[in-house]
Design a protein. Structure first.
Length: 334
């Protein structure tokens, strides 16, 4: 039981003991958000109070904050048994923070949300209800977004391009407020800016995704961590997602297909020049077309070799973390 029985929530909810399975893990990446964390914990508790039988944990991942965020997380973990914290050695990005959060949580359902209080924790029961109704992943949609035009416009362009290229048409791929079954986060890659593409990757794995409009609030503390360069990196990672979702298990098809196209064009060029050499008196040794044909054939061989090597790597290797990026943990391990 909680050490603070005066809290009305504690009178209704018996805290799970270490090792007990939990229903929900709320994972919150943190970067210099010390002013909002206590309020956020209170909002999460209030948001889930309508589900008294639900067991949950709140996992804060301090992504190299330089303010008092880690001290605040440590203090909250003492006052709230459901709060845990993990601190990274340096700022590694939101995707890496989410990956560490997943690895240090145990809930059957994973909820991700931002620490800046723009996500409304009172929406949590709606996300969980959608999962109960059959969805595997539920993504939030900030329909009435309380951000300046300088953020809304690039985001709209980004969402439109992402939907058209991937075929997964969400209103808001950028929304960090999501809920999903744990198995999805155990399979999707999380690095770079790939956290934006969790729904895209989930669809490629055969999971069902839904989208719900959520209340979005203006930022009142701190400053936004997102700039135009994030969208540039996001578009670059879009190419990675396309590679992973369409050719991740068969890279030889991508490189082999390109090899066939280059090789065929080069073959036609060289066949034409061979006919010119045999049946006319025109020289071909100084023609740029000859060098183009040879170049295309060389590229075709290289692409074919790259495809074979990719297939070998795909069949023989598995992803392994190079280092443990965490330095500290607080809270009771589950």
């Amino acid at each position: 039981m909680s050490e603070h029985p005066a809290d009305p929530l504690d009178a209704r909810r018996e805290e799970p003991q270490a090792g007990d399975p939990l229903d929900v893990s709320v994972i919150v990446p943190v970067l210099n958000e010390a002013e909002t964390l206590a309020t956020l914990v209170g909002e999460i508790e209030a948001g889930l109070s309508s589900l008294p039988a639900l067991t949950y944990e709140v996992v804060f991942v301090d992504d190299g904050s330089t303010d008092e965020s880690w001290k605040t997380i440590a203090a909250l973990s003492l006052d709230h048994p459901q709060v845990r914290g993990v601190r990274l050695r340096r700022n590694m990005g939101k995707a890496a923070a989410l990956k560490v959060g997943v690895e240090n949580s145990v809930g059957a359902t994973v909820v991700t949300m931002d620490a800046d209080l723009q996500d409304d924790a009172s929406e949590l029961p709606r996300f969980l209800a959608e999962l109960e109704a059959g969805a595997d992943l539920v993504s939030g949609w900030k329909r009435d977004r309380k951000d300046p035009l300088s953020k809304r416009l690039p985001s709209k362009v980004f969402n439109g391009i992402t939907g058209r290229v991937t075929g997964v048409k969400l209103h808001d791929h950028n929304c960090g407020f999501k809920a999903a079954r744990r198995e999805i986060y155990e399979q999707v890659p999380l690095y770079g800016e790939l956290h934006r593409y969790v729904p895209v990757t989930a669809v490629s794995l055969g999971y069902r995704i839904d989208e719900i409009p959520v209340n979005h609030r203006p930022r009142t503390h701190g400053k936004s961590k997102y700039g135009f360069e994030r969208y540039v990196r996001g578009f670059i990672d879009l190419l990675t997602v396309l590679m992973l979702t369409r050719y991740g298990r068969r890279p030889g098809h991508l490189f082999g297909g390109a090899s066939v196209i280059f090789g065929l064009v080069g073959f036609l060029i060289l066949t034409y020049l061979t006919g010119v050499w045999f049946f006319t008196d025109d020289p071909i040794g100084t023609r740029p077309l000859l060098f183009l044909g040879i170049l295309l054939e060389v590229v075709a061989v290289q692409l074919l070799s790259l495809g074979v090597l990719s297939e070998l790597v795909q069949s023989r290797t598995a992803e392994q973390p190079l280092i443990d990026p965490t330095v500290d943990r607080v809270g009771t391990p589950r």
